[in-house]
Design a protein around this ligand. Structure first.
Ligand code: KG4
Ligand code: ZN
Length: 338
């Protein structure tokens, strides 16, 4: 089954053709990073406008790269939630139009489910059940993935997401957008024990995260140094900060594996590209004899190949959109709204 998938939830306009949820025939991404960089973050209105301008060209290229016409495509898939509402609407409306014009079924895909599905492409033998650490710009979850379409959140952030916390810290260190990825590069040569950070815990919820205190403490360190006229070593500060964020993520993931007895760990979302997170998870999983799955670097960020992968399993579960499918800005991964 060949699925043409579309993704426009944030600042990448993307389309892909994916076969049977596992084989990527094409994967086209048009990134708006350079334009949003000027403003230090994603400007939703600009994102929507660029999606509207780019989407038809991106979809055409995805078809031609896959050497397909609409006749070869069995279904259209689209990210419908969660994300920037104006950005999502561009993809959803385009996909609805395509599905109507071609008479193909339309498959609605949840953005975080698709991030997890990036792993089905990287390792074609991976099958649920497993535990997933989902870490993106807007979410930080530990999820019990019971089947391809059955999810139970067992740990979540009480405030900021890990990606947001890295982005905001990078911004206060004067590192340009996209902060998380740039901070990862800059911190590579830093001393990760040079600065001390608190270790946030959520009382009574051992698998939950809290990142807002860490974000505040990095801002305090910067302000204190500025007031005293001291210079800050950004490499060291970045490395120490990443170390602490990663420690929170890996500690809770290992605790979740212990509590649930699950020995398969999957990582997903933009932050899964972080070099320290990947290294630490590899070390910890090896020591505990856990099977670890991480998406290839090219599939960590937003893309449509992962949407096509998840769409195959949504289709098999009978999740087909009606003609009135809408975009939803906020929707929990365990919910479906079609
Ligand atoms: O999944 P994603 O591309 O978009 C959302 O769905 O939110 O995730 C974006 C997040 C951003 O916060 C970005 O800073 C972070 O992923 N990110 C990274 C790295 N690459 C992207 N964070 C840490 N290290 C990286 N190498
Ligand atoms: Zn994402």
């Amino acid at each position: 089954m060949k699925i043409l998938a579309i993704e426009s939830s944030c600042d990448e306009t993307a389309a892909a053709v994916v076969e049977n949820g596992r084989v990527v025939l094409s994967n086209v991404i048009s990134s708006q990073v350079e334009e949003h960089k000027i403003y230090g973050g994603v400007v939703p209105e600009i994102a929507s406008r660029r999606h509207a301008e780019n989407i038809s060209g991106v979809v055409e290229k995805a078809l031609s790269d896959a050497a397909c016409t609409y006749d070869d495509i069995d279904a259209i898939a689209v990210t419908y939630a969660p994300g920037l509402i104006g950005a999502l609407l561009v993809g959803v409306n385009f996909a609805k139009g395509l599905a109507f014009a071609t008479g193909k079924p339309l498959i609605p895909v949840h953005h975080l489910r698709s991030h997890i599905a990036a792993n089905y492409i990287t390792d074609t033998s991976l099958k649920p059940p497993f535990l997933a650490l989902v870490v993106s710009g807007g979410h930080s979850h530990i999820i019990n993935v019971k089947s391809y379409t059955d999810f139970e959140i067992i740990g979540r952030t009480r405030d900021d997401a890990a990606g947001e916390c890295l982005d905001k810290a990078a911004r206060s260190m004067g590192i340009p957008y996209p902060g998380g990825a740039n901070l990862d590069k800059i911190a590579k040569n830093g001393n990760d024990t040079a600065y001390k950070f608190p270790y946030p815990k959520v009382e009574g919820a051992p698998l939950d995260f809290s990142f807002s205190g860490l974000k505040t403490s990095v801002i305090n360190i910067i302000h204190n140094s500025q007031q005293k006229g001291e210079t800050i070593n950004i490499e060291d500060l970045g490395a120490s900060y990443i170390r602490q964020v990663v420690k929170c993520l890996t500690d809770n993931t290992m605790k979740a594996a212990e509590i649930t007895g699950q020995n398969k760990i999957v990582v997903a979302g933009g932050v899964s590209a972080n070099s320290v997170l990947r290294r630490e998870l590899e070390t910890l999983s090896k020591a505990r004899k856990l099977e670890l799955y991480m998406p290839q670097l090219s599939l960590c960020g937003d893309n449509a190949a992962m949407v096509g992968a998840q769409a195959y399993y949504e289709y098999n579960a009978g999740h087909i959109a009606k003609e009135n499918l809408n975009a939803i800005a906020s929707l929990s991964i365990d919910k479906i709204y079609i």
